[in-house]
Design a protein. Structure first.
Length: 440
């Protein structure tokens, strides 16, 4: 099992910046508004021969809000399930009156603790860290998470606490499944249902989830990384910069995901927002599952299924390759279908077709339905699949001007008919064999 390292401390001491520094990129949203981070966020870190999970947490605060109780529960769970605690403080601000209280709670956990004095940007500022010894911790390291100062020292200290006997092998090819959709369709409830833990804060206030949240989960002895995301809006309706950053975070998370699950509300149906999100999934060339949530609330189920199919045909005419499942995060009805579909879809996404079979498919396509335009016959000279993820095909033709959208659609249907590619987009790129011009 991976060792878990929890980052705790009061708001705005730089916990998320430190988390981003550990993973080597800006994953967690960083903002000067206290309470920006609400959920626990996991990520795998590798340093030399050690692999561990680092967890970003909400700021430890005495302030009361709609989310304070849930945030407190998330924080307590992070400490309970961690093996090492990084207690982060602000070296420029000095000891905050609430930090001795945090220190007492951290010590009560009986876990190994490193007191991380953040925002110490230069050697001359090291003297500012001395006052924090009165919090009662032996292991104190001053760092600058913004500039990366002393991060090697901190990583070495963590690895020393992990020890050689606790080294685990790195898990390769962890399938990453991202859940996207508009606000309040049940993305966070679905992740909680899958993990059977309250890993994501759930509230009926839109915008509860602000950051893309990574959660490790296991289904039938297979490990997955589930990515919960902030709700996306139709058009450019971001109300403030936090909402903008949430949308940006979802966009980045989509880039690293292997499979996208669009979560729709069974009572609301497929609308313009879902169409926009599915357009983004197609643009990023990701495999897709459409999960219609809150199915337990629907009484006339057969009528609603027909309505969804009609809406998909009207708004997304060329997404017939995506599976649609009707689930309930609340009752866990058919939630397991996601994990039965995901590995099979990823296999299709990664598929390479033998050259001989490709040639035969194209011969069949042109013999069955030849294409003539402007008095000329489109001739397919060659086809090859250079890459997968997604499956991409380069087709050499006699004249690019003869390549029509309808015939491109026909060829795609032939490839799907022969080789399935269920759940994944496929890319056709055309080139003129004599002029080396390309058309997609």
């Amino acid at each position: 099992m991976y060792k878990k390292v929890a980052i705790v401390g009061r708001p705005n001491v730089g916990k998320s910046t430190l988390f981003n520094r550990f993973i080597g990129r800006k994953k967690a949203i960083v903002h000067n508004i206290a309470g920006t981070t609400r959920d626990r966020n996991d990520y795998e870190v590798t340093w030399k021969d050690k692999h561990f999970i680092v967890t970003d947490t909400a700021g430890w605060s005495t302030e009361v809000s709609e989310f304070s109780e849930s945030m407190s529960q998330q924080l307590n769970l992070a400490i309970e399930t961690s093996d090492i605690i990084l207690f982060v403080v602000d070296g420029k601000a000095g000891i905050h009156p609430f930090e001795p209280v945090i220190a007492k709670s951290v010590r009560a956990s009986k876990k190994p603790v490193i007191l991380v004095v953040n925002k110490i940007d230069t050697f001359a500022e090291e003297v500012k860290s001395y006052e924090f010894y009165q919090l009662g911790f032996e292991n104190i390291i001053s760092v600058s998470s913004t500039h990366g100062r002393n991060m090697v020292e901190l990583l070495e200290a963590i690895c020393d606490m992990i020890g050689d006997n606790d080294v685990v092998e790195k898990q390769d090819n962890l399938l990453k499944i991202i859940f996207v959709g508009k606000p309040n369709v049940g993305k966070s409830s679905l992740v909680n249902s899958i993990t059977q833990q309250n890993r994501c804060i759930v509230h009926n206030i839109p915008g509860t989830t602000r950051d893309s949240l990574s959660v490790h989960a296991t289904y039938e002895d297979t490990d997955y990384l589930l990515i919960d995301t902030a709700g996306l809006h139709r058009g450019n309706k971001q109300k403030d910069d936090l909402e903008y950053l949430s949308t940006l975070s979802t966009n980045y998370a989509m880039d690293e995901a292997d499979i996208a699950v669009l979560v729709a509300d069974a009572e609301q149906g497929i609308g313009e927002t879902e169409a926009k999100i599915l357009g983004m999934i197609i643009e990023k060339k990701k495999p897709c599952i459409i999960a219609v949530n809150k199915w337990d609330l629907i009484e006339e189920k057969e009528d609603r299924i027909r309505l969804f199919q009609q809406q998909l045909e009207e708004k997304l005419k060329f997404l017939d390759w995506a599976d649609i499942i009707f689930i309930s995060a609340k009752t866990r009805q058919r939630v397991d279908r996601i994990f039965k579909l995901a590995p099979a879809i990823y296999k299709e996404y990664s598929k390479m077709v033998p050259q001989e079979e490709l040639n035969e498919a194209m011969r069949y396509a042109t013999d069955k339905t030849p294409f003539t335009r402007k008095g000329k016959v489109l001739k397919i000279k060659d086809i090859e699949q250079p890459v997968s993820k997604p499956p991409t095909f380069r087709i050499a033709v006699n004249d690019l001007e003869l390549v029509h959208f309808s015939y491109k659609r026909y060829l795609e249907n032939i490839l799907r008919e022969r080789f399935s590619f269920k759940g994944t987009p496929i890319i056709l790129k055309f080139r003129e064999i004599s002029k080396e011009k390309f058309k997609e």
